[in-house]
Design a protein around this ligand. Sequence first.
Ligand code: ATP
Length: 904
Amino acid sequence: MEHLQPEYNWYSLDTDEICQKLGTNTVRGLDLNEAAIRLKNYGPNVLQEKPPRSLLSMFIAQMKEILVVILIAAAVISGFLGEWEDSIVIIAIVILNGAIGTFQENKAENALKALKELTRPFAKVIRGEKVLQINAGEVVPGDLILVEAGDLVPADARLIESSSLQTSEAALTGESLPVEKESAVIKAHQVPLGDRKNMLFMGTTVTGGRGKAVVVATGMKTELGRIAQLLDEAVPETTPLQQQLEKVGKTLGVFALVIVALVFCMGLWRGEYLPEMFMIAISLAVAAVPEGLPAVVTIVLALGVTRMSRRNAIIRKLPAVETLGTATVICSDKTGTLTRNEMTVTRIYVADKIYEVTGNGYVPAGKILEQNGSEVTQLSDDESLELLIAGGLLNNNAELEDTGNGHRVIGDPTEGALVVVAAKAGLSRKTAGKKYPRLAEIPFDSIRKMMTTFHRAEGGIRSFTKGAPDVLLRRCSGVLTRTGIIDLHEETRMKLIKINSQLASQGQRILALATRFWPAMPANLSPETIEQDLVFVGFFAITDPPRPEAREAVELCRRAGIRTVMITGDHRETAEAIARELSILQPGDHILTGEQLDRMSEEELKHAANRVAVYARVSPEHKLRIVEALKHHGHIVAMTGDGVNDAPALKRADIGASMGISGTEVAKEASDMVLLDDNFVTIVKAVEEGRTIYNNIRSSIHYLLSCNAGEIVAIFSSLLLGLGSPLSPIQILWLNLVTDGPPALALGLEPPRKGIMNKPPRKPKESLFSGGVGIKILWQGAIIGLASLVAYWLAFRWGRPLEEARTITFLTMSMSQLIHSFNARSLEQSLFTIGPFSNRSLVLALAASLTALLAVIIVPFLRNVFETAMPRPSDWVVVLSLSIMPLVLVEAGKLAGRLSRHRA
Ligand code: ATP
């Protein structure tokens, strides 16, 4: 239905024409019903994607795997050689294996898709005169949208109001510099895209200011939709671990070929039966290549990120899961991440007086008390206080909402605090707005650290500017006193700076407010000219308590070898007080301010970075320099960010973490991970999960490779000893493609272990096989192989027929591999410390594999197919005592390791 969308040169029409053509208006927007109807008619506001892969195509892809092709070829050849039963069984195993693989892949893909849904961008629309936040996919033509710095433009739209609005259209036009936007009609034809100053385009980002616009096109009808081909489904990203495994797989593939050739030649030399030798060689190749591994790793990663999402960390880029486990520094914003972002004004300074404000959080109930304890009941009695509170309320875009279940702020929490204090003083925006109706705004940005609004006032125009005290005081030339405005002398300025420091050293965020009178509205609204010659009015001291759980998380990081660095736009003293409270600042640690950073060369910063625990009064671009300096020392840096200007640092950090609640869409797009609750603790939990996932994947690899090694050792040495193959080809296939799979997967699902955060982070370049893992895989594999060989040899000695001897071997090999899965759970810890049943998935997986194994022995039909025999009761004694050997020996090895470490 998208073709229904009207097409005009929207830039050349005026607002009334646009509204009339789109059946909307600039105040109410669309009604909810109408919006729903349009969504049905025009379709969702998304670029078309290729349909997802079907189960069948996934299955076919599995069948194209080289190993599977070899197996199918082997099945065909054995058919020609007259071994029909073998061919059918091989095909059946291949299909079963393919079906399991498809099921796992589908599960992994669905899990990742569900995560993607959680990070879909939002759009702010006005519908039925109310501001709503909706999924950007639900925006329809005619919708009235609101955009501000940090937003993604959700659809193509014609601007009707703007204030200092700038967008980056690089995604569309390639132009990397921000473009100024304004709502004036462009009376021309054929205006190129880049010059349509009154239009906003889907896929571009708002880099500054704010604006209101009417949506004129959505989905594939937008300019972006026109140029976008069908978006290919995102190619699934592979993580470094997956890349490493791919290499391991290739090496093992070559190794397998060598083994196959060797075994085949050896069989020929020994005069073994040729078709059987051929099949054994093929099955050995299957044994050597850990074909189950890529699937296990994919699903463990996918399930791991699902688990992280339940702990409020949404992974946007899969490689981040592994990087998290290697993080050595976490650079965290203060406000909202380490603190609660529940801003409450507790003190006010104006005209030489300090007032206390009572009350908690955003509840607009509390009193304003003078120093002598008497309450300010009539605000109009105290003109300077009234001006300060009114200025704070008017130079402000936040709304206080009574949810019925408490109060919450829509907008900037700092501004919310000013709305609340005004309410406590009995001043509403309506009353204040009547006296000073707002005319224009120069929005806040974290580089200027100020915001200005213009208001009509008696006899002219009044501007209010609020911002960081140190910055604002530099722009003031006058000060408000009880007797009127006087010049701001250096002495008074120093006094005010001292008061600011005193308030800030208690960990409070201080905002200063200044004002200026204009005979008429200035023509040029550039901040440089406007935010000058101001009259200082007063300070608001705002508390934002640290998150109680953050201190513990900082300590946990320290034990885990991870440094926490606080980065804040706040004043040095505020930052220092909070950093001490959270134990981020330790003896010997340094604090750097943005100003000091500006004076430092890159070299000096690199030199200092290792000792700095707090960066105060910094702007977002400093963050990029900090990341670079830390990375120079080889640190793996996690960095949080929320604003539009944080995007470069988020991208440059090894792990960019954006804020789910207060973060802009641009920051989210640039990040590897979104913290749904904006909480520092969530990063630490994600690190813990990242470490766990890596360890788990290593356990799966350890398990699968040592099992494979066991099979090769058993078969190879048996052939070498002239005993023939101890397992039939189909038994080898069954072991590899069916028995080993479930425990390997379950090992990947091991829950986070206590103490995982008591160790330093793993080195990012560390190989999977370092730290003795490679050697362990080999010797533990050798034990499994030798145990099975002994079983076979004994049966042989006792004169048992081949079928029975192979059954005993098959059982020993399977059982020892299943029991060995317990060994693989930890490289160092004893199974009995971890608790044999603490991984429920493993217990279930073992039960499943055991059932499959017993079926092959007990069910007569399967016994026939797998060439097994019913074991005698005494055989079980042999099988069980040999199968337990890997567990006993590995436990002994772990004990020896622990003892020698203890001694060291
Ligand atoms: P953090 O970096 O700790 O998360 P932040 O990102 O909130 O803090 P900024 O938003 O950059 O820090 O704020 C820096 C300073 O700018 C604050 O200390 C405050 O003095 C001032 N400020 C913050 N919000 C506003 C606002 N809405 N209007 C005017 N000034 C503000």
